[in-house]
Structures are given as structure tokens and as C-alpha cells.
Design a protein around this ligand. Structure first.
Ligand SMILES: NC(=O)C1=CN([C@@H]2O[C@H](COP(=O)(O)OP(=O)(O)OC[C@H]3O[C@@H](n4cnc5c(N)ncnc54)[C@H](O)[C@@H]3O)[C@@H](O)[C@H]2O)C=CC1
Ligand SMILES: CC(=O)C(=O)O
Ligand SMILES: [Mg+2]
Length: 373
């Protein structure tokens, strides 16, 4: 199969979908790999690194999209990229369709088959292609939140760990999955007073058993969430209902209860965000203020540490990319229901129920798409 990888064009996105290590494996499996010139530079990989493992270099994204049978990327295709997709082509990348009707419309119109990293599942109930970036974003969240808490950035001027004689920052993390756990660990490591709110008792039992007194857990009832939000210097949004638009757990009215200069870091923004006042921002212009509360809502946080993130993502995606290339998407998805769960769009039809529900579009199941000729 011809696997194509264009340069990411989302603002300040320096990751790349195929690493030289993944390109080498694909070539070893007998596939052709076409990388856009410069695609890996932001992550520290030169064109020569790709040529050395047998990949070809294309001058433009248009060449990559025109030739590739499978396009492998990092971020959801931007409008200019969507215009280059064609019927029968396979797209393998993050999509986050639930909060994005424009992208959904274009992908449906393209006739392409689109497998979203974020809805591929595993046998343990996890999301193996989201997890590595959630590990990165979770670790980054307190770092970016601490920066946002600084006076020069509009924050309340509170140091995460306090100092002798001065209490530390209070951090509430809503959602104790992968992002939430890493965010809580790092915030606690910085010396903050951290509470994780979740609705899953088994998950909170796991956190309590694993982390003991490093941070507290609290059931995420509306009442408990409102109380923690009002007390916090920093609130990190880290909930997920896979595929679906993020539930709005903090309303605009609740901002009035927060401390002036408190900070919201809404990591769940790629699924639309879990605060009513969240809107996606970029690394170039990451924060804005609503009712005295600083909002950090960057939808591609791992792009800030592009080298670490690219290698981590490549490690996770490579076996799936090889399965798709070796067997073709149809056979690969028939053989692996967890990979089939990644199917979001096929030949003009939505194939993910939570996305369909969020957008009011009828969806068929991946199994139905697979049974079509
Ligand atoms: N902004 C960015 O750059 C990035 C964003 N993300 C996003 O971060 C979010 C979290 O991802 P993961 O931690 O991997 O998901 P996860 O599935 O590991 O964890 C989600 C947690 O949310 C909890 N939850 C669900 N509904 C809840 C509710 N109403 N109240 C409280 N807790 C609730 C679940 O029980 C679960 O523990 C996702 O939207 C993901 O796409 C991930 C990586 C990068
Ligand atoms: C998961 C995601 O949206 C990202 O890594 O950018
Ligand atoms: Mg997006």
C-alpha cells in the first residue's frame, strides 16, 4: 500500500503522523511511504532521516494526497486538506468529530474512509491511541495552568506549591482518567493541594489504592463539583465520554463563584470542552478571560512538546497502521473489533453512534459498514 504523510498545517502543530521508525517498518513490510518534505522537522526528523529508511519525499501536500491510498496524520484534517481527500481513500488520524459539524460534513462528502485514533478501543476498556497524548496533555496541564496563574498572564498570582508559611494552590481535576491522573500527579508533585472528581467509583478506588494520600478523590456530583470549583485556584477539565461531545459540567453562572484570577485548563476542549465558557484556543494565543477567570483551552496541547509526543504517538499507532496497510482496512477491521471502533466515516456515512447523536446525523454501525460490498 502507498502510505502518505503530509506536514501538519494546524497552527503551531509540530508533530508528524509517521516517524522514521514507523516508515522503516512499513517499508520492511513491503509498503511505499511518501512523506512531505519538512513534515518531520518540527519533531526533529529531517527528510534524510526518512530517505535513509526507504521513504520517498514529496514536495507538496497535494502530491501526498493525490498518491496515497492511506493518509496518516496527527490532527483532524483542516479545510484545505479535506478538499484533497477522495472517494475510497483511507484517512487515519485524530478527528474529534462530535463538536465539529464542518469537518464532519466535508469528510462525509469526500467519500473517504476515516478511522479516528480517539475511538479505537482495547480489550481493557482503554483508548490506546488517545492514551499517549492524554499522558502528555495531562502532564502539561498543571504546567500551563501554573503559567496562567501568574499575574502577567491575568492569573491570581498564586504559586502552585506555596512557600513555608503560605498555603499551596488548590487544584480541582474533573475526570480521573488518563489526563486527570497525570495532571493530578504532576500538580501534586508541584506541591499543590489536589482533588480529583470523577463519577466512576471503580476508577476512584483505583486512584486511591495507587496514589494514597498524594491527592484526594471526590464523587463528581453537581454539588461537589460546584463546591470544588468555587474553592479552586485552578480547575482542570479532563472528562471524556468516548466519541461524544464533552458534558458541560461548569456553567457560566458558576464563574461568578470562582476566585478572581482563578484558572480553567480545559483539556477536554477537543471534544467541545466541559466548561460552558470554553472555546478552542491555539498555542499562539492560548488564554482568554471570562468574568475574571483565565481560560486555557488549547486543543492540541501535545504539539507543544512535539518530539516527545510524536515518538509516543508513533509507538502507539504503528501496529495499527501496519495492520491497515498489510490487510486493507476492511480485513483489518473485520479481524479486530477494537480497530473497527475507530471507524467514524465510510463512503458518505457516519459510523460512530455518539458522534451521530452529538450532531443529529444518523449513524450506521462499523459492522454495517464492513458488511457492505
Ligand atoms: N487538548 C488536548 O490537547 C488533548 C485533549 N485530550 C482530551 O482529554 C479528554 C480526557 O481524555 P482521557 O483522560 O484520555 O479520557 P479517559 O477516558 O481516560 O478519562 C475520562 C474520565 O472522565 C470521567 N467522566 C466521564 N464523565 C464524567 C462526568 N460527568 N463527571 C466526572 N467525570 C466524568 C470518566 O469516568 C473517566 O475516568 C478527552 O476529551 C481527550 O480527547 C487528550 C489529549 C490531548
Ligand atoms: C488528542 C489530541 O487532540 C491531540 O493530541 O492533539
Ligand atoms: Mg479540533
Amino acid at each position: 500500500m502507498l502510505i502518505g504523510c503530509p506536514t501538519e498545517i494546524k497552527p503551531q502543530e509540530f508533530r508528524v503522523g509517521v516517524t522514521p521508525a514507523a516508515a522503516r517498518e512499513a517499508v520492511t513490510h513491503g509498503h511505499d511511504v511518501l512523506i512531505q518534505s519538512g513534515a518531520g522537522v518540527g519533531a526533529g526528523f529531517s527528510d534524510e532521516d526518512y530517505s535513509a529508511v526507504g521513504a520517498r519525499i514529496a514536495t507538496t501536500a497535494a502530491e501526498v494526497f493525490a498518491e496515497a491510498e492511506m493518509v496518516v496524520k496527527v490532527k483532524e484534517p483542516q479545510a484545505a486538506e479535506r478538499a484533497m481527500l477522495r472517494k475510497g481513500q483511507l484517512l487515519f488520524t485524530y478527528l474529534h468529530l462530535a463538536p465539529d459539524p464542518d469537518q464532519t460534513r466535508d469528510l462525509l462528502a469526500s467519500g473517504a474512509t476515516c478511522i479516528a485514533y480517539e475511538t479505537v478501543t482495547d480489550a481493557r476498556g482503554g483508548l490506546p491511541l488517545l492514551a499517549p497524548m492524554s499522558e502528555v496533555a495531562g502532564r502539561l496541564a498543571p504546567q500551563m495552568g501554573a503559567w496562567s496563574l501568574q499575574k502577567a498572564n491575568g492569573g491570581r498570582g498564586v504559586l502552585m506549591g506555596g512557600v513555608p508559611g503560605v498555603t499551596p494552590a488548590k487544584v480541582a481535576v474533573i475526570g480521573g482518567g488518563v489526563v486527570g491522573t497525570f495532571a493530578a500527579r504532576v500538580a501534586a508533585g508541584m506541591g499543590a493541594d489536589v482533588t480529583v472528581l470523577d463519577r466512576s467509583l471503580p476508577r476512584m478506588r483505583y486512584l486511591d489504592d495507587t496514589f494514597g494520600n498524594v491527592f484526594r478523590t471526590r464523587y463528581a456530583s453537581g454539588e461537589n463539583t460546584a463546591e470544588m470549583v468555587a474553592e479552586a485556584d485552578m480547575v482542570i477539565g479532563a472528562v471524556l465520554v468516548p466519541g461524544a461531545a464533552a458534558p458541560k459540567l461548569v456553567s457560566r453562572a458558576q464563574l461568578a463563584t470562582m476566585k478572581p484570577g482563578a484558572v480553567i485548563v480545559d483539556v477536554a476542549i477537543d471534544q467541545g470542552g466541559c466548561f460552558e465558557t470554553s472555546k478552542a484556543t491555539t498555542h499562539q494565543d492560548p488564554i482568554y478571560e471570562v468574568d475574571g477567570v483565565v481560560h486555557y483551552c488549547v486543543a492540541n496541547m501535545p504539539g507543544a512538546v512535539a518530539r516527545t509526543s510524536t515518538i509516543a504517538l508513533g509507538n502507539a499507532t504503528m501496529p495499527y497502521m501496519l495492520a491497515l496497510a498489510d490487510k486493507g482496512w476492511r480485513t483489518a477491521c473485520k479481524a479486530d473489533a477494537h480497530l473497527a471502533a475507530g471507524l467514524n466515516v465510510h463512503a458518505g456515512q457516519l459510523t460512530n453512534a455518539p458522534v451521530g447523536e452529538a450532531l443529529g446525523i444518523e449513524a450506521i454501525t462499523p459492522a454495517m459498514a464492513l458488511s457492505h460490498a
